[in-house]
Structures are given as structure tokens and as C-alpha cells.
Design a protein around this ligand. Structure first.
Ligand code: FES
Length: 64
């Protein structure tokens, strides 16, 4: 599913960025351009990023 329409970034792209060391929305914006135009995707993109980081941490809670 496309999360950021402006930059055509999918949830898969976000998950893969999280696996490559991206930990914050700011990193994500720098790497993929997410939320750099209209910004409507920011909340959703952050949610997917945090969920992915939580899962990859083996279920431990990552500070929001
Ligand atoms: Fe992501 Fe517009 S949808 S910046």
C-alpha cells in the first residue's frame, strides 16, 4: 500500500528503511522523502515505522 502519495513510498519501503537503521520520521524523510511535501502521510508513516521497530526489537517497547 502506498503511504506517501506525493513521493510514492509504500509501507514496504518504510519497513525496509527501518531494517536499514532508520529510526525516526526525520530519518525517513531524509532517506525516502516521506512527509516532505503535503505532510499528510506523516502520522501514518510514523506509525508504521514505530510498529516495525517494535517488532524487530523482539516485542520490546520502543520509546515513542
Ligand atoms: Fe507524503 Fe504528501 S503524501 S508528503
Amino acid at each position: 500500500m502506498i503511504v506517501c502519495l506525493c513521493k510514492q513510498v509504500s509501507c514496504k519501503d518504510i519497513r525496509s528503511a527501518a531494517g536499514n537503521g532508520v529510526e525516526t520520521l526525520r530519518d525517513l524523510s531524509r532517506e525516502l522523502g516521506v512527509a516532505t511535501q503535503c505532510g499528510k502521510c506523516a502520522q501514518c508513516a510514523r506509525g508504521i515505522l514505530q510498529e516495525t521497530l517494535r517488532n524487530s526489537a523482539g516485542g520490546e517497547d520502543v520509546a515513542a
